[in-house]
Design a protein around this ligand. Structure first.
Ligand code: FE2
Ligand code: FE2
Ligand code: FE2
Length: 169
């Protein structure tokens, strides 16, 4: 086993642990709906543990840098997604007539563009030695749209009502 292998393995393990975290949280919600609150609790506990593993891998890969560098990485990731990845996925889903997949890619595509804008604003603030002005962020539970200040009457991306929004912690 050489160093190159372990770096590749950390990357793959980070992806797997991150996915396990979200998968277990989804399974916990389902267990809750199915009337198994203790199973839900187990899924949530395991989900937290997978986050510990994911963060260990990420830290050891030295992917957590200064906040300016992290914002730069976030902007690159979001931009890749809305400029290249999701447009391609969306066009393939449309060709294949996979309407549900097309919807999901389209929602994410539009929201990543918003994220890139928000992160860019944050980066500009930090570069002029300022912190962002104080505000609350809201999240649309249907499409992930992330407005600042307050929730709109109607989500501009998916059309959901105000009640679909929650305040980000
Ligand atoms: Fe794990
Ligand atoms: Fe995003
Ligand atoms: Fe929405």
């Amino acid at each position: 086993m050489n160093v190159a292998n372990s770096i590749e393995n950390l990357k793959n393990a980070f992806a797997g642990e991150s996915q396990a975290n979200r998968r277990y949280l989804a399974f916990a919600r389902k267990a809750e709906q199915d009337g198994f609150p203790q199973v839900a609790k187990l899924f949530r506990a395991a989900a937290e543990a997978e986050t510990v593993h994911a963060l260990n891998h990420l830290r050891i890969m030295k992917e957590i840098k200064t906040t300016v560098e992290n914002l730069d990485a976030a902007i690159s990731g979001e931009t890749f997604e809305f400029k290249k990845m999701y447009p391609e996925y969306l066009s393939i889903a449309r060709q294949e007539r996979k309407n549900d997949a097309a919807w999901s890619f389209d929602m994410a595509n539009k929201v990543e563009q918003v994220h890139a804008g928000l992160f860019t604003k944050a980066l500009e603030a930090l570069r002029s030695k300022r912190e962002l002005p104080k505000t609350d962020y809201y999240v649309c539970s249907v499409c992930g749209y992330t407005p600042e200040g307050g929730p709109p009457e109607k989500c501009p991306i998916c059309g959901s009502p105000k009640a679909a929004f929650f305040k980000a912690p």
